[in-house]
Write a protein that binds this ligand. Structure first.
Ligand SMILES: [Zn+2]
Length: 89
């Protein structure tokens, strides 16, 4: 069970990933539930890998993701998980 930082679209409490199915190597279908018992919202969506920031050391030849350059601030925040700003994407 994982908490994602995105809020419930209805009450803005945290959403919990209750279940998931791997649809492809880069797409996972996720089933979400609002943590707020008084709300009770559930939904589904996708967690997908859309681009590559740095190349892998052991690449899968079936995976061909576009390379993307991201802003330095995001990389710095990623290196310090205590910072919250990267988690809102
Ligand atoms: Zn909710």
């Amino acid at each position: 069970m994982a908490l994602i930082k995105n809020p419930c679209p209805h009450c803005e409490s945290s959403l919990i990933i209750r279940s998931s199915e791997q649809e492809s190597p880069i797409v996972k279908r996720i089933y979400l539930q609002c943590k707020n018992l008084a709300c009770g919202f559930t939904g589904q969506g996708f967690l997908s890998i859309e681009s590559e920031i740095s190349p892998p050391s052991i690449p899968n030849i079936k995976i061909n993701l576009p390379r993307v350059v991201i802003r330095k601030k995001i990389l710095c925040d990623y290196a310090r998980p205590d910072k919250k700003s990267y988690a809102h994407h």
